[in-house]
Write a protein that binds this ligand. Sequence first.
Ligand code: SF4
Length: 247
Amino acid sequence: MFVRFGGCDYRCKMCDSMHAVDPRAVQKHATWMTAAEIASILKQRADETGVKWVTFSGGNPCMHKLDYLVQLLQEMGIYINVETQGTIWQDWLIGCAVITVSPKSMGMGEKFNKERYEIFLRHLRGHRPLCVKVVVFSAADLEFALWVKDITDSIAEEWAPGFVTYYLSLGNPYPPQLNDDLELQDPPILFRANSVDGGVPIETTLADTLLSIYKDLSEEVLLDRRLKDFRFLPQLHVLVYGNETGR
Ligand code: SF4
């Protein structure tokens, strides 16, 4: 199950969820719900499907006070995975089963704040399994991922072994954009993408473009022993559904 919260303290140029970031779009699209209403719907879905896990994403869910919602879901036996960029700490995070933190790089078009990330990690004090996920578009982002790992390891060295798992996630260089009506606009199925060698743009599909970048970056990841602790994954939902909203 998946809950997307509106609002974000970042404005990443490559964000694929601007409908949950731009305040005008949030105002237009969001459904305003109490914690009890959200928990009730999730409980109903859990009972119907047997699914016991929910992911909180955004925007940045840490913009919100979710203590009561987390308490309700814990009482219902529903496990929470939360995805955040690690800029804002909330005590309710301790009630989540898994925390996935995804610091944003220059590749995403944002500025990484090392001090805020360190403060976020220090609050964890080894309470939860932590996934660190860095979105990568190019070799420069691989270096950023290594820097993030160094920072994380220096704080996590006092935690239990195996507490942190590192992921690289293939970035989407053609994320959906908000149009003038504040709706996410899919790129066409076939679109013109920049050729890898900087030549004439070629006509291709989003999935083919992403797999081509994935192949090139995978070679770099496999050959660089400094990256041996990272698992490198494409965004499967983008390969399967493209930029379809709601997937
Ligand atoms: S942190 Fe995430 S949700 Fe916020 S702007 Fe960046 S990519 Fe979008």
